[in-house]
Ligand binder design. Structure first.
Ligand code: F6P
Length: 323
């Protein structure tokens, strides 16, 4: 009987708890003990391990955040930190480790796995930004998308009532997945994402087109867009349409919290079970992921930040929907 451990690293994302729940269930089902590590890699380095017992877990599937807590650890980025982490795993007799993380955390997992191959390591992709290569969906994206859509629908009411122009900034440090999805879902009059070079020229065109119709406008901007974000778009728009009332709304961290959607809970549950099964099959140094609903194993060395590819049909879709 091997002892497993699980940790969550990097920014939190809705669905982490459903995944932890599945990991604990699968470990118990296959007769293995499992420990939680508090606050991600930091807990590995500081030896913050505790038993995760199915009988004591309760139902955590509906909870946002992570019951294990999370952090972005600096000490684990050093060789000494990782050595300490390995020694702590040995002290706790843990042979297999499951890491829920984004691309940065999974790169850390790969380095650790290559330095200490005696520890079986499986990564699970999570980030609301959905920008991890090797998987269609990461845990948290669907919920964040739905949260942002609900928020923009509310903003639309004010925009319509006051005939205002709203610039709404959604998360996505490097990728436009949330902005593209929310823009289409809410019928935004403009969508600014880092993957297109539809910057102010596009926006000016959009504004002029829509302004003639005297419509309230909602422009969705990705946090990582080259325009510099909602405030800088608003500043530029003021020069083009000084007569219109312009408001900025930055959705921010509301997108990271809240009860996970059914989609995220199911995805997270599958990832959790697949991770335990993969470890039991002897797999290591890989990320479990989902392509067309089927399990896939991607070597951690190939996991990187995914650039959203905006195909010509996706671009056409954007142009049609914001026309
Ligand atoms: O990676 C997810 C994300 O929410 C980004 O969209 C955002 O830029 C970033 O995390 C914020 O991270 P932090 O928790 O460090 O403020």
């Amino acid at each position: 009987m091997d002892k497993f451990a699980v940790l969550t690293s990097g920014g939190d994302a809705p669905g982490l708890n459903a995944c932890i729940n599945a990991v604990v269930h699968a470990s118990a089902f296959y007769g293995h003990e499992i420990m939680g590590v508090e606050s991600g890699y930091e807990g590995l380095v500081k030896n913050h391990f505790f038993p995760l017992k199915l009988s004591e877990l309760g139902n955590i599937n509906a909870l946002g955040g992570t019951i294990l807590k999370t952090s972005r650890s600096e000490s684990f980025q050093t060789k000494e930190g990782r050595k300490q982490a390995f020694e702590n795993l040995r002290k706790n007799e843990v042979k297999k480790l499951i890491i829920l993380g984004g691309d940065g955390s999974l790169t850390g997992a790969q380095i650790f796995s290559e330095e200490y191959p005696e520890i079986g390591i499986i990564g699970i992709p999570k980030t609301i930004d959905n920008d991890i290569s090797g998987t269609e969906f990461a845990i948290g994206y669907d919920t964040a998308l739905n949260t942002a859509v609900r928020a923009i629908d509310n903003i639309r009411d004010t925009a319509t009532s006051h005939n205002r122009v709203f610039i709404v900034e959604v998360m996505g440090r490097d990728a436009g997945y949330i902005a593209y999805g929310t823009g289409l879902a809410t019928g935004a009059e403009g969508i600014l994402i880092p993957e297109t070079n539809m910057d102010m020229v596009y926006l000016t065109g959009q504004i002029q087109k829509h302004i003639e119709k005297k419509k309230p406008l909602v422009i969705v901007v990705a946090e990582g867009d080259e325009s510099g974000g909602a405030f800088s778009v608003s500043k530029k728009l003021k020069e083009i349409i000084p007569e219109r009332e312009i408001r900025v709304s930055i959705l921010g961290y509301i997108q990271r919290g809240g009860a996970p959607s059914a989609f995220d809970r199911i995805l997270a549950t599958k990832f959790g079970v697949w991770a335990v099964q993969s470890l039991l099959e002897g797999k290591s140094n890989v990320m479990v992921s989902s392509i067309s609903g089927k399990i896939k194993h991607t070597p951690l060395s190939q996991v990187q930040k995914r650039k959203m590819k905006i195909s010509s049909s996706a671009l056409e879709m954007l142009e049609i929907c914001t026309f």
